[in-house]
Structure formats: C-alpha cells, structure tokens
Design a binder for this molecule. Sequence first.
Ligand code: HEC
Ligand code: HEC
Ligand code: HEC
Ligand code: HEC
Length: 332
Amino acid sequence: MKAILAVTAGFAAAIFLSAYAVATAADANKTVGPNACAECHKEETEVWKGTHHFSTFRDMPRSKEARAIADRLKIKRIKSQSLCLGCHFTTKGAGKKKKPIAGISCESCHSVGNDWIKTHSEFSGKTEKTESKAEAAARWEKSESLGMIRPAAVYKLAKNCFGCHVVPQEKLVNVGGHPAGSPFELVSWSQGEVRHNLWHSKGKSNPEAKAERKRILYVIGLTVELETALRAVGLATVRKTYAFRMARRADAARKKLALAAKAVPSVPEIAEIVKLGHSAGLKLENNAALTAAADNIALQALAVIGKYNGSTLAALDPMIPGGNKYKGKPVK
Ligand code: HEC
Ligand code: HEC
Ligand code: HEC
Ligand code: HEC
C-alpha cells in the first residue's frame, strides 16, 4: 500500500512540474504568430479578430489610462517594455530583439507553436481518413509533449487565463495603479466573445462547451484562481491594495469551492482543495506556506481532471453562470 502511494505521488509530481513549467516559461523564440495558425484555422482567426485580446494590440498603448500607468512606473515605450509585454501582447524573438507582433493570440493560450505546429496537423504523414486511431492518439500525445495546450488540458489553459487576469504583480498594481485583476470566471469568460469552437463544423456553428465540460471548467477555474491568488499573496510585501485584493480573491474562491464541495461530496478532492486553501494564512511574509498550499492545490486540480469527466457533477449546475452572464457576445 505504502509503495503504491509513493508511486502515485511521484507520478502526480511529475505531471505537476510539467504543467507548471508550460504555464510559466513561454519561450518567445518559438512563437510562430497568429498568421501561421490562420493558414488552416481561418474561422477561429476571424473570431479572435473580434475580441479584446486582438484589439488590445492597437488600443491599449494609445489609451490615456495606459499612459498614466506607464508614467507612474517611469516606462517610456509601452511596446518595448517587458512589464506590459507579458500580458497584453504576443512576443517573438529573444532578448533585445523580443518584439510584440500581436495582441493576446492563439499561442498565448495554446502555447508557443514552433515545436508542435507541424506534428499536430499532419495526420502522421497520412490523411484524416487513412490515419489509424492509434496513430492519431500518438500524434496528439507527441504534440502535447512538444508543448501544445489542447482544449482537453483544462488545467493548463486555466493557468494561462488566470496568470494574466489575476494580475499577480505588486508594483504594477500599487505603484502603476493598474487594475488589480478581472472579475474572471472560467465558464462565463470562455463562452462569450472568446468562444471559437468552430473546427468540427468547419465554421458552420460555434457550440458552447457541453454541460459536463462546463462543470469541469467551473471547478478547475475556481481551483486555479485559488492557486494563483495564494501565490500572489505570497509575493506581497506591503499592506496595500495589491495584498488586500489578492487575499480577498483567494478567500472568495475558497468560499465558492466550499459550496461546490458540499454539492458534490462524491468528489472529495474539492473538499481537500478547500482545506488546503485554509492551510496557510493570508498574510505578509508567509510565502513558503502559501506556495506549498498552492503546489498541493495544483496536484488536486490534476487529480480532478484525471478522475472525473463531469458526468457525475450535475449538482454543480445551479452554481454555474448561464448564457446571460457570458462575457461579450459569442460569434454564431
Ligand atoms: C497546416 C494546417 C494547420 C496549421 C498551420 C495549424 N493547425 Fe491547428 N489543426 C490542424 C488540423 C488538421 C487539426 C485537427 C486535427 C485532428 O482533428 O485530428 C488542428 C487542430 C487544432 C486544435 C484542436 C486540438 C484538439 O485537441 O482538438 C488546436 C487548439 C489547434 N489546432 C491550434 C493551432 C494553433 C494555435 C496553430 C498555430 C500555432 C495551429 N493550430 C496551426 C491544422 C493546422
Ligand atoms: C499580469 C498581467 C498584466 C500585466 C503585466 C499588464 N497588464 Fe494591463 N491588463 C491586464 C488585464 C488582465 C487587464 C484587463 C482587466 C479587466 O478585466 O478589466 C488589463 C487592462 C489594462 C488596461 C485597461 C484596459 C485597456 O486595455 O485599455 C490598461 C490601460 C492596461 N492594462 C495597461 C497596462 C500597462 C501600461 C502595462 C505595463 C505597464 C500593463 N497593462 C501590464 C493584465 C496585465
Ligand atoms: C497573456 C495574457 C492573457 C491570457 C493568457 C488571457 N487573457 Fe483575457 N485578457 C487579457 C487582457 C490584457 C485583457 C484586456 C484587453 C483589453 O481590453 O485591452 C483581456 C480581456 C479578456 C476578455 C474581455 C474582457 C472585457 O472587458 O470585455 C475576456 C472575455 C477574456 N480576456 C477571457 C479570457 C479567457 C477565457 C482566457 C483563457 C482561456 C484568457 N482571457 C486568457 C489578457 C489575457
Ligand atoms: C484566450 C485564450 C485563447 C486564444 C487567444 C485562442 N484560443 Fe483556441 N481555445 C481556447 C479554449 C479555452 C478552447 C476550448 C473552448 C471550450 O471548451 O469551449 C479553445 C479551442 C480551440 C480549438 C478547438 C475548437 C473546436 O471546434 O473544438 C481550436 C482549433 C483552437 N482553439 C484554435 C485557436 C486558434 C487558431 C487561435 C488563434 C486564432 C486560438 N485558438 C486562440 C483558448 C484560446
């Protein structure tokens, strides 16, 4: 029994480390840019062009609010300042040659494409019809090992969304006066203007995520929000806006998760996540404990994704935001 536990823990730790690495280390040398994706994904690209993620490239640097934030931080050129680049732009190149080439684009969410773009799209050197199931499975496995974040990888996708939308940067918030995060929730924010589920109908329809998937998005969204907010509190150094907002965010997420845990006692991992969320005080100079709690929460998130497909989580449905709460208007 002990040995089994040890093996399972080792396995979980390995996936956890790779998930974390993907979310933290996007290598701009490997960016191919949205035009490369558009060669085959025209419909998705059209949808993207109607989103704030696209328009921020042009609009943000021109806004008065942006200028004011930059001035307070003594930043001269917003588009050559790495502090803004990380969240508002897709960058290409390395070091001083690193340049913004678009707003928040395909690779901001699906990860930089150079290493996997060919593999994921070439049907193992055959055609869609002649590639066997086993070959397709191997192709997807290889694409993921090369860094691709597929829609099924909900934890990694959510890490990217929250990594930007929580705005876990103290100086940017306290000194720059930048918004201290968005009122972000994964179901409602992914199913509105951002939604681009057009591939399977060749652009004819853009269906919402299925009910089972929305339940997983809901739970994993809150879990990653808690994880990200705990790490953000850990980085706080002064009792100012940033620390208060990140702590409040962590507290709100663990409260919603506590309601979810009550609704689906058949998923003990959620109760465990809530417990971990309370295992480290939301205070300054507590980085080690907060980081340990966040690391363990990440393991539980991966356990939820590994064990459940959402079909047994229907009791969550009344908590999940409906169509009238979706952020922005979906296309079709
Ligand atoms: C040469 C054509 C081509 C290019 C270029 C291309 N794709 Fe694809 N993509 C495909 C094909 C074909 C599929 C579907 C494969 C299948 O169904 O087995 C696909 C599927 C996908 C999927 C869905 C994966 C899933 O799990 O169902 C995503 C996400 C994706 N591509 C993202 C991208 C991104 C991001 C880029 C640019 C970095 C890109 N693609 C560039 C052809 C391409
Ligand atoms: C950690 C990620 C992150 C960083 C770094 C960041 N932003 Fe933002 N920014 C966001 C998010 C997320 C929003 C959307 C907030 C919301 O939902 O209201 C935003 C919104 C804004 C807005 C208001 C909306 C708009 O786009 O006009 C301005 C202005 C802005 N950011 C400027 C900046 C400037 C200037 C910098 C660099 C000094 C910067 N941001 C760095 C994440 C970031
Ligand atoms: C690289 C950073 C980054 C990532 C990753 C990211 N976003 Fe954003 N998002 C932003 C910024 C910055 C804005 C604000 C843009 C603006 O208005 O100028 C924004 C705006 C939005 C908006 C429009 C909000 C409004 O005010 O109408 C939605 C919806 C959204 N994001 C959803 C998502 C979802 C869902 C994900 C993950 C699947 C995600 N974002 C991932 C940075 C990011
Ligand atoms: C803000 C993050 C974000 C951006 C930007 C983004 N995607 Fe996605 N993509 C997602 C998410 C999340 C899903 C799964 C959506 C769901 O479950 O409803 C997805 C799904 C997909 C799919 C599968 C669609 C289907 O019909 O099943 C493809 C293909 C895809 N994206 C390609 C692209 C391409 C190409 C771009 C750039 C033009 C792009 N994505 C930009 C987050 C993003």
